[in-house]
Design a binder for this molecule. Sequence first.
Ligand code: NDP
Ligand code: GDR
Length: 371
Amino acid sequence: MKRALITGITGQDGAYLAELLLSKGYEVHGIKRRSSLFNTDRIDHLYQDLHEQHVRFRLHYGDLSDATNLIRIVQEVQPDEIYNLGAMSHVKVSFDMPEYTADVDGVGTLRLLEAIRILGLSAKTRIYQASTSELYGLVQEVPQRETTPFYPRSPYAVAKLYAYWITVNYREAYGLYACNGILFNHESPRRGETFVTRKITRAAARIALGLQAKLYLGNLDSKRDWGHAKDYVEAMWRMLQQDQPRDYVIATGVTTQVREFVRLAFAELGIELNFSGEGVAEVGHVVACHNPDFQVATGKIVVAVDPAYFRPTEVELLIGDPTRAQTELDWHPTYDLPALVSDMVQSDLRLFQRDAVLVEAGHSVLNYHDE
Ligand code: NDP
Ligand code: GDR
C-alpha cells in the first residue's frame, strides 16, 4: 500500500486529492493547522475512527513555518509521495501579509525538501510542488507554457517563484523525484469563499433567493483560464507516476473575463444580466428574470465595482497551453466552463435554500463578512 502525505489537506485541492488517493488504495496522511474552530469541513466525510483497525486516513497537527514539526511528521509517516499544497493562497491578501506569505509559500517548500533530504528519503519519497500560473504574471507570451518566462506580480507569486526554483534545484542537486505542477485557476463547490468564482456563485444564489442585495467586485476585465479542481488533482497524481520527474502546465486552454463568469453564473439561475458604465462606475443590472421561483426585479442593479478589491499590481490575462500534460500524462480536463459554473451555482443554491427556509420561518441567518 502506498503512503501519501498532503500538506494543505483541509483546503479545496487537499480534499479532492485525499478522496482520489483513498479511492486508489493509498494510506493518506494530512497536515492540519491548529485552529480555535473546527477547520476540517472539507474532509470530515473522510474521517475514520482511529480506534478501528486498518485506518487509511490520518491527520497530524503541523505548519509549514515549523521545520522540526515537518521533519518529525515526515519521519513518522515515511511517505512514498508528498503533495505540498499548503499555502497562504490568496493573491490579494499576500499584499497585506508579504513576509508571512514568503515564509510559508516560499521557505515552507524548502523546509519540506530539507526534511526529505535530512531523513535520507531522497531515493524513496517523491514530491509534488503546487506551483501556479501566477508565476507568469505580466504577459510575456500567449498561451503560457512550461518555457514561457516568469514575471510574478504579487508577494504570493514571488514566494511561489522561490518554491518553484528550489524544487527544480533539489531535483538537479540531489536527484529527488520532484515536480512542479504549474496549475492555472481551478475552482469547485469547495472553493474558498473569497476567491472570485465562489464569491460570484454564492452571491448569485443569495441574490436569487432574496438573501443579498448586491455583489461588489474588483477588476471585471481580468481573464482567467478556469478549470475544475477534480480534474486538476488527477494531474497532480499522474505527475508523480512517471519514469522521470518533470514540470507541467495544467490548464484548459480557454480564457474568460470575470464579467463573463458573472453573467454565466446568473444565467444558470435564469437571471439575465447586462453591464453598463465604465471603471468604478460599472454596474450589472437585471435584464429579465426567466425563473418563476425567483423574484428579482428587472432593472435592479445587482453587481457593482468596489476599488477596495483592486490589487496594486494585477495579472490581466492567463491562458495555458496544456500540450505537454496531454501528450506525456494523457491528462485531459472533463469539465468545461459552463459545466464548472453549473456545478458551483447549483451547489450554492442548495446551500442557501436552507437559509431561505430559516428566514421564512422568522430566524436570522449569518451575515457574511466583507469578501
Ligand atoms: P486553499 O486556500 O483552499 O488551501 C490552502 C491550504 O493550505 C489549507 O489547507 C490551509 O489550511 C493550508 N495552509 C495555509 N497556511 C498554512 C501553513 N502555514 N502551514 C500549513 N498549511 C497551511 O488552496 P487550494 O486548495 O485552492 O490550493 C492548493 C495549493 O495550490 C496552494 O498552494 C495554492 O497556492 C496552489 N494553487 C492553487 C490554484 C487554484 O486555482 N486553486 C492554482 C495554482 C496553485 P487552513 O484550512 O487551516 O487555512
Ligand atoms: P487569483 O484568483 O488571484 O487568480 O489566484 P482570484 O479568484 O482571487 O482572482 C481572479 C481575478 O478576479 C479578479 N477579481 C476579484 N478577485 C477576488 N478574489 N475578489 C473580488 O472581489 C474580485 N473582483 C475581481 C482579481 O483581481 C483577479 O484578476 C488564484 C489562487 O487560487 C492562487 O492561489 C492561484 O495560484 C491562482 O489562482 C492560479
